[in-house]
Design a protein around this ligand. Structure first.
Ligand SMILES: Nc1ncnc2c1ncn2[C@@H]1O[C@H](COP(=O)(O)OP(=O)(O)OP(=O)(O)O)[C@@H](O)[C@H]1O
Length: 482
């Protein structure tokens, strides 16, 4: 201690580097281990925690909670959960392909002689210690494994966000915490179809290498279509909850032009879903509009272009196609692009062809299988049940959305029980059946009336033809024969 104090106080600072160099060499000669240090704070920047340190901390949290005696608790998910890590000067072991390594948590002693704006005493680090003979395995593969695993844990446990795009300047996306409770368990649809979608999503999320091998950007397009209230939004939330992805809900009508659309795309992160709901409502992007444009030939096209430039452009079909699968779309990786529509036939075929929208999912009216899921979720009722056969028959005879069924199944007061809810549903289905019957009859009548009108019209026309001898009708139009 005396010698060390003398050394610290009186040994010239300039020579210490040389002494350190030789002592390190001497120690290394006898010391059989290799140490890799990961500091907590970035050397550059202002109190930034190093990403590697944070990722390792996540990776070690599992072993820390079982091996270390003293633990630190850090808040995660905005204080909703805690991450336990080993405290300073604790050690834990880990094993990789049969090789044992040691992780030590420590901190550099404070340098009391320097006055620094940085908190010197906060120089924490993790030291990875392993035997020299395992150098290749640990440096080439274990470190990467730890970082990958740590990242995967962080992604799994992170608080997910729901973003929407802002109109005009400033930040492109603003987000809130995504907390939608819909899952594939709560979703009412044919179990086989449901399983198929879940398998598809899970295979996609594990296919990074496969997509790289086939030379495709790691993304997949889904088109969800069906009448309102059949669960398109619920399905999107269930998908996000299954894969633990963020959602970017893109409001196309707020996007100024194709350039802004591209900027929005660049601003999204991986492990996310970009959702455009009711794409048919962006009429500009549908085949209908394209057709209408062609028909409107008599409009002065030059004026239209000038007007567009004055307005600052707009999102076009080709802009959206580029957004989905252009060069920029590969940025970030691991992304789902999801369109929803109530009217599939309104969409331009180019937009929904396979490769762009890889999977088309129809969400339709409630069938008996879907009803069983809802009955179980809402009322804890399972088959066999006295009311089920009647409900099955009525569901086959009517087109009712899962949203309508769900509304009837939900108890409205504490006095209501499963039976009263099911009875209410039966009544509602009977009314719906009756209404549908009346509507069909009215439509039939209207059709018949139209037919009669058509026939009268034909008679009138025939009358006109009879007066045709001079080839001129009463109104003066020349009509052709036949
Ligand atoms: N398939 C379903 N499974 C479970 N619940 C459903 C389903 N479909 C609808 N619902 C219920 O109905 C409500 C409305 O459904 P949702 O918003 O998902 O329908 P949507 O098809 O997106 O409708 P829209 O086209 O009008 O946006 C949901 O909150 C949910 O409670």
């Amino acid at each position: 201690m005396f010698t060390w104090t003398m050394y610290q106080n009186y040994f010239p600072h300039e020579l210490r580097g040389h002494i350190r160099k030789y002592t390190d060499k001497l120690v290394n000669y006898f010391y059989p281990y290799i140490d890799i240090t990961f500091y907590e704070l970035e050397t550059e920047g202002w109190f930034e925690r190093s990403k590697a340190y944070v990722t390792i901390e996540r990776y070690l949290s599992k072993n820390s909670s079982t091996q270390a005696n003293r633990l630190k608790a850090n808040a995660a998910k905005n204080g909703q959960s805690v991450v336990l890590t080993m405290d300073d000067h604790e050690e834990i072991t880990d094993e990789y392909k049969g090789v044992k390594v040691k992780w030590i948590s420590s901190q550099k002693p404070a340098n009391r002689q320097t006055i620094s704006l940085y908190r010197e005493d906060e120089k924490r680090y993790f030291k990875l210690q392993f035997h020299k003979k395992n150098r290749d395995l640990i440096t080439n593969s274990y470190v990467k494994y730890v970082l990958d695993e740590g990242k995967a844990i962080s992604v799994k446990e992170r608080q997910r966000k729901l973003y929407t795009n802002n109109k005009g300047g400033g930040r492109m996306w603003s987000g809130v915490v995504f907390e939608h409770p819909s899952t594939f368990d709560t979703l009412a649809m044919d179990p086989k179809k449901k399983q198929e979608i879940m398998d598809d999503l899970e295979t996609f999320s594990k296919s990074k290498d496969y997509y790289a091998k086939i030379g495709k950007a790691w993304k997949r397009g889904f088109l969800l279509y069906g009448p309102p209230g059949t669960g398109k939004s619920s399905m999107i939330a269930a998908m996000a909850n299954l894969l633990k992805y963020d959602i970017y809900d893109l409001e196309l009508t707020s996007v100024k032009d194709n350039t802004e659309l591209r900027k929005l795309l660049i601003d999204t992160t991986g492990k996310s879903m970009i959702v455009i709901e009711d794409i048919d409502c962006s009429l500009e992007l549908t085949g209908q509009r394209e057709k209408k444009k062609k028909e409107d030939k008599d409009k002065n096209e030059e004026d239209a272009v000038k007007e567009k430039i004055k307005k600052g452009g707009e999102v076009t079909l080709s802009g959206l196609l580029n957004f989905i699968d252009g060069l920029w779309s590969a940025i970030g990786g691991e992304r789902l692009v999801i369109f929803t529509t109530n009217y599939m036939e309104k969409l331009d075929p180019a937009l929904i062809r396979r490769g762009r929208m890889d999977k088309h999912i129809v969400l339709s009216y409630c069938c008996f299988e879907s009803f069983k899921v809802l009955a179980h979720n809402y009322l804890d009722v399972v088959e066999p049940h006295v009311h089920f056969p009647e409900i099955r028959r009525l569901l086959e005879e009517t087109n009712t959305t899962p949203a309508d069924i769900a509304e009837n199944l939900m108890p409205k007061s504490s006095k209501e029980n499963a039976d009263t809810c099911l009875e209410r549903l039966i009544k509602a289905l009977e009314i719906a059946k009756e209404e549908a019957k009346l509507k069909a009859e009215e439509e039939e009548k209207a059709k018949a009336a139209e037919k009669d009108n058509g026939a009268t019209e034909e008679v009138k026309n025939a009358d006109g033809v009879n007066k045709k001898d001079n080839g001129v009708k009463e109104n003066g139009d020349v009509i052709s024969k036949g």
